[in-house]
Write a protein that binds this ligand. Structure first.
Ligand SMILES: Cc1cc2nc3c(=O)[nH]c(=O)nc-3n(C[C@H](O)[C@H](O)[C@H](O)COP(=O)(O)OP(=O)(O)OC[C@H]3O[C@@H](n4cnc5c(N)ncnc54)[C@H](O)[C@@H]3O)c2cc1C
Length: 224
């Protein structure tokens, strides 16, 4: 872990912080879409975030942090302020979005908007990325979609009985058909990923090439 400090913090509603960090670990690092970065959140704890952009010359890296409750990462993101000192890793590969060079369908949740943005930046205007999110607070999320200028977004409200996951699977299947692609990226809640994948495999009509990365799992602290 290498020294870093917070250069800018933008509140997007109550639940999201767009944070720019000047990080020695990112100096000289090439931005790879789908990379991950470990950040020291205090008390010896580290959490993983997705670099949306990296300026290799200065080492400036941008992340979007989601505040889901009173967890250590939520408290860190709630209190973060310009000038705070921290440490980061160097960016490491996680989801290899570089290997995608055609239309893509993407699934995630509030922790995945940074990843969706990197995917859309990577594909540019050459190919579409259709993104479906399971979310808790539509108003908070709509502000993020607007601020990050995300395109082709569908937001599906989470239902506690998880019945919304059937709708997600249907929407993903339709998007794959509409874009005539086999590429499906699954991110976010590990339990939702499992359920969506099972629903898609139960209806084996189309061949799917998966890229999968769970970002968190209920009742667990993920070691990534
Ligand atoms: C490769 C990778 C990239 C990631 N990129 C981002 C990113 O760009 N932005 C971002 O905000 N997050 C991102 N995450 C997720 C982030 O690392 C986790 O949300 C975070 O580590 C959870 O830490 P915590 O201190 O909040 O909770 P923990 O201490 O890990 O867990 C405490 C409790 O909170 C629950 N919990 C954890 N996350 C959530 C959640 N999202 N919603 C509801 N309950 C939750 C846990 O299940 C547990 O019960 C990424 C994770 C990975 C692995």
């Amino acid at each position: 872990m290498l020294p870093a400090h917070v250069e800018a913090v933008e509140w997007i509603g109550e639940r999201f912080r767009l944070v720019d960090i000047l990080a020695e670990g990112c100096r000289g690092a090439k931005w790879q879409p789908g990379a991950k970065l470990k950040i020291d959140i205090g008390d010896g704890m580290r959490r993983t975030y997705t670099p949306i952009a990296i300026n290799a010359k200065s080492g400036r890296v941008r992340i979007l942090a989601y505040i889901h409750g009173q967890s250590p990462a939520s408290q860190w993101a709630s209190a973060i302020a310009v000038g705070d000192n921290t440490y980061t890793s160097v960016p490491r590969s996680s989801l290899d979005l570089n290997e995608l060079s055609s239309a893509v369908v993407f699934f995630g949740d509030e922790t995945s908007f940074g990843e969706a943005k990197t995917l859309q930046l990577h594909l540019g205007s050459d190919f579409s990325a259709c993104c479906v999110f399971e979310i808790r607070q539509p108003q908070q999320v709509e502000a993020v979609v607007e601020r990050l200028e995300l395109a082709n977004i569908t937001l599906v409200q989470i239902r506690e009985d998880r019945s919304h996951l059937g709708e997600i699977a249907r929407r993903l299947r339709k998007a794959l058909a509409d874009l005539s692609t086999q590429h499906l990226v699954l991110t976010g809640n590990g339990r939702s990923i499992q359920a969506v994948r099972a629903a898609l495999q139960a209806n084996n009509a189309t061949e799917i090439e998966y890229l999968v990365k769970a970002y968190w799992t209920p009742e667990k602290t993920l070691k990534d």
